[in-house]
Design a protein around this ligand. Structure first.
Ligand SMILES: Cc1cc2nc3c(=O)[nH]c(=O)nc-3n(C[C@H](O)[C@H](O)[C@H](O)COP(=O)(O)OP(=O)(O)OC[C@H]3O[C@@H](n4cnc5c(N)ncnc54)[C@H](O)[C@@H]3O)c2cc1C
Length: 397
């Protein structure tokens, strides 16, 4: 099928249409849900106000990580990993997945690494604590760093999210999923207390199930349904240095947990750098600045250079961008049937890409009469925020 046909814009007929499921948003979560739903025989209509992936899903660092601070996030990564490792087989495109592993490093927070190592071991994630001399002997490039302790997890790595989005789009379309782009959902339809579709500028779309996969805008979509979910978007940035500041391809993804800065090779010898640097404020998704901020760019290059002793603080930036972690107040997503017929799959913070395959399956499960109970998602309910909120996840970077 030609791209132009696939991305056919607004229908001019304004006729109402019917499918089993309507998905709001063609980010990685909406696409993964479409994939899983089409595989269990549901007819699916996606409504995307722009183009697939142009929300946050192409702004990621491409990171696939097993090491998290909560059992549930580790489990979601474990259940998604097979899809990433075998992506080409199922989606007909090489996602350029590279296994780097992750090396968490610290001077002052040894106890944090110890408790994370205990959690990972309990969850059967292959990992090991390393001393300063082990770090230097495994990766001599790190021998001038000050780190006293490391935690190395050899699974996980990164991939090219643009190729992943392309793989999902092509596959769902060839599975019969209808993808309508350039069309905004403006309202929800309701019959007898059940949400049964959406209202858009291109007409009404009726469905037994409506999935809210609108990323940072999922809160606005939930408002249309009359429910308030405390979704919070947080602005984060990444940059790639010029080739002159080369990093060896054989080093793992490095994360300094004290200074909250991270770095990985980008697959062509360049360094990709990011980090919270202590800032994690809520940002209005309709008013954030997508450009790289000068101040952060300078600071993060200085911090990365200080931490990892590989790149230069004055290295030039080849490219950089900012985006939103579409999160919640406790940094865990919402996945539930929020209202009869209305499923929310949003708020994935820095894990939406890596967890998308299993999230798609969970969403499909929610629409099935005989459930497979793949993962216990009770703690991800949209009503949990009425109780005193607890931060369940603390290892995002
Ligand atoms: C700098 C940065 C680095 C990151 N790194 C990683 C990483 O390494 N690994 C990882 O797993 N995650 C990472 N993330 C997080 C990841 O990007 C998100 O969790 C993920 O993209 C969320 O996907 P989504 O489908 O929920 O949202 P989105 O990709 O934003 O998709 C939502 C879609 O809904 C559409 N939409 C919204 N409202 C409407 C409406 N009313 N009608 C119709 N369509 C609508 C939007 O146009 C958009 O296309 C990173 C994020 C950032 C910003």
């Amino acid at each position: 099928m030609k791209i132009r046909e696939k991305f056919a814009g607004k229908s001019s007929s304004h006729k109402s249409q019917t499918s089993d499921v309507v998905i709001i948003g063609a980010g990685i979560i909406g696409l993964a849900a479409a994939y899983s739903l089409s595989r269990i025989g549901k007819s699916v209509q996606i409504i995307e106000r722009s183009k697939p992936g142009v929300g946050q899903s192409t702004k990621t660092g491409g990171g696939i990580r097993l090491a998290h601070g909560s059992e549930l996030n580790i489990q979601l990564s474990q259940l998604s990993l097979d899809t990433w490792l075998n992506f080409e087989k199922h989606f007909n495109i090489d996602p350029f997945y590279r296994t780097t592993g992750h090396l968490f490093l610290t001077v002052e927070s040894e106890s944090a690494l110890l408790s994370q190592a205990a959690l990972l071991e309990r969850m059967k994630v292959d990992c090991g604590l390393l001393t300063k001399s082990q770090i230097s002997s495994y990766w001599p490039q790190l021998s001038s760093t000050n780190f006293l302790k490391g935690l190395y997890c050899n699974e996980g790595g990164y991939l090219d999210q643009h190729r992943v989005i392309k793989g999902y789009v092509d596959t769902v379309v060839s599975n019969g999923v209808k993808l309508l782009t350039g069309t905004q959902v403006e309202g929800l339809l309701k019959v007898n207390e059940r949400i049964n579709g959406v209202k858009t500028s291109a007409g009404e779309f009726h469905a037994e199930w409506t999935i809210n996969a609108a990323g940072p805008h999922a809160g606005e979509v939930a408002d249309l349904a009359g429910c308030q979910i405390p979704l919070v978007s947080r602005r984060h940035e990444l940059l790639v240095l010029e080739e002159s500041a080369a990093v060896p391809e054989k080093i793992p993804w490095l994360i300094d947990i004290d200074r909250q800065v991270h770095m990985r090779p980008d697959g062509s010898g360049r360094a990709l750098i990011g980090g919270f640097l202590g800032r994690d404020e809520a940002t209005d998704p309709n008013a954030y600045d997508p450009d790289l901020s000068e101040g952060w760019s300078k600071e993060v290059r200085r911090e990365a250079s200080h931490s990892f002793c590989i790149t230069d603080p004055e290295s030039s930036v080849l490219r950089g961008w900012s985006g939103l972690y579409p999160g919640t107040i406790d940094y865990m997503p919402v996945i539930d049937e929020t209202l009869p017929g209305f499923i929310t799959a949003a708020g994935f913070s820095g894990t939406g890409l890596m967890h998308a395959p299993i999230v798609g399956e969970i969403v499909a499960d929610l629409t099935m009469t005989t459930k497979r109970h793949l993962v216990d998602i009770t703690s991800l309910s949209s009503t949990r925020f009425t109780k005193e909120s607890q931060i369940l996840e603390s290892t995002g970077f």
